[in-house]
Write a protein that binds this ligand. Structure first.
Ligand SMILES: Nc1nc(=O)c2c([nH]1)NC[C@@H]1CN(c3ccc(C(=O)N[C@@H](CCC(=O)O)C(=O)O)cc3)CN21
Ligand SMILES: CC(C)C(=O)C(=O)O
Ligand SMILES: [Mg+2]
Length: 276
């Protein structure tokens, strides 16, 4: 059985944490699914982390679809969420076409940034599960900064989150906000909150897979390294290059040979052959 939005809601009701990671490729999807992650998420962080772009806004719908299809092939159990890229949900009609495209390639739900009440109610009204995203919104905010730090900003953010829930959002990501605000929004909403740099009290947590694996060049404060994949990969690439250079790889065990009778015939022909 695959994880449903209803089960994510049940987790919130039972005060059990929801686990989510970004994912952009098939082998990573297989491992995250096997590890029992609740939500596997093809984010537009694809652009900066996997494709080498400067900004999330460069990511196209075609690129999200390409990676979503790979991830879909590897996910059996988890809920599969995908981001709507920048400029693909300017109005409810455009958002519907984009969302349907992602659903047709295997997304269970879609996520979008900002105060898009009309878009969310249009999608939710036709049965599409929509995850909202407030706080720092990389598609719309120039540089990363904590949002909701003052009384006014915190209150506005909480009220915005309530509005998006009322518009029909099924879940909400809260990015780079003070812990106190993450707690207040989580207590106020009936839909699950998923935090990234939002403190300890949200219903779930999400990290960019490159950050938690140790593949990101500079560490970010909100993330934690659970592995040093960057170091292992660098060591492995260097060791391989050195062994090929030295002739230590490949060894006879890595090679294939002919059966004796065929080798004899082949070598007989080969040694008599005119080789100039
Ligand atoms: N690798 C990666 N990790 C992320 O967490 C992440 C992405 N990419 N791309 C999409 C968004 C953008 N996010 C970001 C981007 C930058 C900072 C950052 O520069 N953080 C600073 C502190 C910023 C502040 O406190 O004002 C840091 O030092 O951690 C944080 C979150 C979160 N998401
Ligand atoms: C930061 C997360 C939630 C995101 O939107 C992404 O990875 O694209
Ligand atoms: Mg995103």
């Amino acid at each position: 059985m695959t994880t449903t939005m209803q089960e994510l809601h049940r987790k919130k009701q039972m005060s059990r944490k929801i686990t989510m990671l970004t994912c952009y490729d098939y082998p990573t999807a297989v491992l995250q699914d096997k590890a029992g992650l609740d939500v596997i998420f093809v984010g537009d962080s694809l652009g900066t982390n996997e494709l080498g772009y400067e900004r999330e806004t460069s990511v196209t719908l075609g690129e999200i679809v390409h990676h979503l299809k790979a991830v879909r092939r590897g996910v059996q159990e988890a809920y599969l969420l995908a981001d709507l890229p920048y400029k693909t949900y300017d109005d409810p009609g455009m958002a519907m076409i984009t969302a349907r495209e992602l659903l047709s390639h295997g997304a269970d739900g879609v996520k979008l940034e900002g105060m898009q009440e009309a878009v969310i109610s249009h999608l939710a009204g036709s049965g599409i599960e929509v995850c909202a995203h407030l706080g720092y919104n990389p598609q719309f905010h120039e540089k990363a900064a904590v949002k909701g730090k003052t009384y006014d900003a915190a209150r506005a953010l909480l009220e915005s989150a309530v509005s998006l829930q009322n518009a029909g959002a099924s879940m909400i990501v809260l990015e780079l906000i003070p812990e106190e605000l993450g707690k207040a929004i989580t207590e106020t909403l009936t839909i699950p909150t998923i935090g990234i740099g939002a403190g300890r009290y949200t219903d779930g947590q999400v990290l960019i897979v490159h950050d938690m694996l140790g593949l990101t060049p500079h560490p970010l404060r909100h993330a934690k390294n659970y592995a040093n994949a960057g170091e292992w990969m660098l060591q492995a690439f260097r060791a391989y290059a050195e062994e090929v250079t030295n002739g230590q790889f490949p060894q006879p065990a890595n090679a294939r040979t002919m059966i004796d009778s065929e080798r004899e015939r082949f070598m007989g022909w080969y040694s008599g052959k005119d080789r100039k």
